[in-house]
Design a protein around this ligand. Sequence first.
Ligand code: PEP
Length: 256
Amino acid sequence: MSRKVIIAGNWKMNKTAAEGKALVEALKGLVADVPADKADIVVCPPFTTIAAVGEAIKGSNIKLGAQNIHWAANGAFTGEISADMLKELGVEYVIIGHSERRQYFGETDETVNKRVKAALAAGFTPIVCVGEMLEDRESGKTEKVLFTQLEGGLAGLSKEEMAKVVIAYEPVWAIGTGKTATPEVAEETHNFIRMTLNDMFGREIGEGVRIQYGGSMKAENAKELVAQRNIDGGLIGGAALVAESFSKLIHNALLG
Ligand code: PEP
C-alpha cells in the first residue's frame, strides 16, 4: 500500500512570532516545488507563534500544526489550549504525547488518549508520539514499552478514527542527541508498530497508517530512512529550525 510521506517540524520552545514568520517566509519558496499529492509538509510552532505562521503560509503547500491540545472544551485549565482555539488559527495537525511532555510534564498514556480523542473529535490529525528510553532498549523492553504506549494511547478509537491518526516513532535516546537509529533498527521497530496496529485495528487500517521516524533525522539520513518500507516520513526537531536544512531534508526524504 502506498502511503503519502509526511514531514513535520516540531519547533518545540523555539521561535518568537517574528522569527517563525521569517522562517516560513524562507521555507515557502524552497519547498514550493513539492507537489501536494507527494508529501504533507507541516510546521508545529509554539502556541504564541502559530497565528503569525498561519498568516505567512496562506496559499502555500505548508500546513499548520500545534504541539499539544487539551481534552476539555474550555474551563479552569491554566496554561492549556483547547481545540477551538487551535481551529480558529487554521491548525490541522496536533503533536500528542511527545517524549518531552511525558518526561517533564507528567503526560501519561491515559492523558495522551484523552487528547487524541479530543483532537479527532475536532477534526485534527493527531501525531501520536511513542518511543522507548535507552535503558528500555538495552534491557530488551522496546517492544513491551511501545505496545503499552500504543494500547493506552489509542484505546477506544474506532477504525475510522484510527485511519486519521499519524504515529511518530521517536526513540528517546535519539532525540536531540545526534544519535539516529540506523535505517535497519528503525525499520524493525516501525514494522513492530505496524504489526501491533494491524492486530489492534485490522490490516486494512494498520497498513494505511503513516508512521514517521523522529530522532536526529536530518538531510543526510532522510533518504535512507524514508526508503524503508514502514517509514513514511519524519518528525523533525533541530533540523526544522532552519529553512534550508528543513527543505533539504524534505527533498531528500522524497528520494527515499
Ligand atoms: C523531536 O523532538 O521530535 C525530534 C525528533 O528532535 P530532533 O530531530 O532534534 O532529534
